[in-house]
Design a protein around this ligand. Structure first.
Ligand code: ZN
Length: 377
C-alpha cells in the first residue's frame, strides 16, 4: 500500500520495489522532475519502504515503523530543507538553534502538513538555502549506530538550494558513505547540482502527472466536479498547485471570470473600469493568481465556442456556468472566438513585456467588447 497517498508513478514505484526486494540500496538517489510531480512524496515513501518491519516490497502501513514514517517522526528519518542562513556561518551550532520557540512551532507545523499531504512544501520563512550547518548536523548523526533496525534515510528537499559549502560538505559524506544509510535528494532543478554530486547518485525521473489521473485524484478526494476541470487545466500537472487551486484560489478566479464577461456583455463603462482596478491589484498581490484569471478568461471563450458548435458538455471547463455560457452564445452568436482569445493572450504578452498594466487591460476589455459581434458581417 501507499503510506502517503501519492498519485501513481507506477514505473518508479516498481523500480523502488525491486531495489528493496533485491536488497540493492544505493548510497544516494536523485529524485527529479517538474514541481509537484511527486518526487518529494516518493522520497518519503521510499524511506517507509526501507524501514517497514513487514519486509514486503511495499510498506505495510500497519507496523510501528510505518506509523512513525507516516507522521515523519521515525528516528531513522532525517529531513533537510531550506532554512534562513545562520548569522555566523562558521558556527558549528545546529541550524535550528537560531529559532525562537514560536518559529520552531511553525516549522513543526509545516512538517506536519507535509506528513498529511506529501505534495505540500516544507516552507520556512526566509529559508532560501540549505546552509552548511544543516549538513554538518546530518554528518554528526549519520555515522552513529542506529537505535532501530532498518535504514537511516536522509531526504534533502530542494537539494539544488544547498550552498556551495553545504554541497562540498555533503560530497565528503558521499565519499565515505555511512553503513545502512541512504540519501535521497529531491529537486526540480537537477542541473543546478554539482556534477560530482549528480554522478554519485542514482537518478530517477518523475514525469508530470497526466490530466486524467489528476481528475481521478480530485474526484476520489470528493472535490466538487464543477471545479475539477479548471483546477486540472490551471495546475499544469503540478499536484502541489492543483491542491492549492481547488482549496483556495479557484472560487475567486471563477467569480471574476463570470463577472468580467457579464459586464463586457452589458458594457457598463464604470463596471469595466472597476474590473480593471481589481485585476491590477490581483496582479500586484498574486501574479500567479492573475495569470490563472487570464487563463480562465480564455477557457470561457473556448467553452462558449464548444457550445456554439454543439459539442458534448463533458468538454466544458466552466461546467457550473453552463447556463450563463449558453445565454452568452445566444446573445452574441457571431462572437469572434479566435480573436478574443488572441486579445487575452496579447494582453498577457504586453504585461510580461512591462507594458503599463492598466493600459494593457483596458485595451483588452475594449477589444473583447468589439469582438463580441462580428463586424465583417
Ligand atoms: Zn510497515
Amino acid at each position: 500500500m501507499s503510506i502517503f497517498h501519492l498519485i501513481n508513478q507506477t514505473e518508479n514505484r516498481r523500480l523502488l520495489g525491486n531495489v528493496i526486494s533485491n536488497s540493492r540500496v544505493a548510497h544516494a538517489y536523485l529524485f527529479y522532475g517538474p514541481e509537484g510531480s511527486g518526487s518529494e512524496g516518493f522520497a518519503l515513501e521510499f524511506a517507509a519502504m526501507l524501514n517497514c518491519l513487514s519486509k514486503t516490497e511495499q510498506p505495510c502501513g500497519i507496523c510501528q515503523a510505518c506509523h512513525q514514517m507516516k507522521t515523519l517522526e521515525h528516528p531513522n528519518l532525517t529531513l533537510v530543507f531550506p532554512v534562513p542562513a545562520p548569522k555566523d556561518s562558521d558556527s558549528d551550532d545546529s541550524p535550528f538553534k537560531q529559532f525562537k520557540e514560536a518559529e520552531m512551532e511553525e516549522i513543526r507545523q509545516t512538517i506536519q502538513n507535509k506528513s498529511r499531504n506529501p505534495y505540500d512544501k516544507i516552507t520556512v520563512k526566509k529559508g532560501l538555502h540549505i546552509p552548511i550547518s544543516f549538513i554538518r548536523e546530518v554528518k554528526r548523526n549519520i555515522y552513529l549506530a542506529s537505535a532501530s533496525t532498518g535504514y537511516k534515510v536522509v531526504v534533502i528537499f530542494d537539494a539544488h538550494l544547498m550552498t556551495e559549502q553545504a554541497a562540498n560538505s555533503f560530497l565528503k559524506i558521499l565519499e565515505e558513505p555511512p553503513a545502512h544509510s541512504t540519501f535521497i535528494l529531491s529537486t526540480s532543478y537537477p542541473d543546478n547540482l554539482l556534477g560530482t554530486i549528480q554522478s554519485r547518485c542514482q537518478m530517477l525521473y518523475f514525469p508530470p502527472i497526466p490530466e486524467d489521473e489528476l481528475q481521478n485524484y480530485l474526484t476520489e478526494k470528493g472535490y466538487p466536479a464543477e471545479n475539477i476541470r479548471l483546477a486540472v487545466r490551471l495546475s499544469g500537472g503540478n499536484v502541489t498547485r492543483l491542491i492549492q487551486l481547488i482549496e483556495h484560489d479557484l472560487q475567486t478566479v471563477k467569480e471574476m471570470t463570470l463577472a468580467i464577461f457579464t459586464d463586457i456583455a452589458r458594457w457598463k463603462v464604470p463596471k469595466v473600469y472597476e474590473h480593471i482596478r481589481e485585476m491590477v491589484s490581483l496582479y500586484r498581490e498574486d501574479p500567479e493568481n492573475f495569470l490563472q484569471l487570464m487563463q480562465s478568461l480564455i477557457f470561457w471563450i473556448r467553452d462558449a465556442e464548444l457550445i456554439r458548435k454543439g459539442q458534448p458538455i463533458e468538454e466544458i471547463i466552466h461546467l457550473d456556468y453552463i447556463e450563463r455560457l449558453s445565454g452568452f452564445v445566444d446573445k452574441f452568436p457571431d462572437f469572434e472566438a479566435q480573436n478574443m482569445k488572441a486579445s487575452v493572450e496579447n494582453c498577457v504578452d504586453f504585461i510580461n513585456r512591462n507594458v503599463y498594466i492598466s493600459l494593457a487591460l483596458t485595451e483588452m476589455l475594449f477589444k473583447l467588447k468589439d469582438q463580441l459581434t462580428n463586424h465583417k458581417k
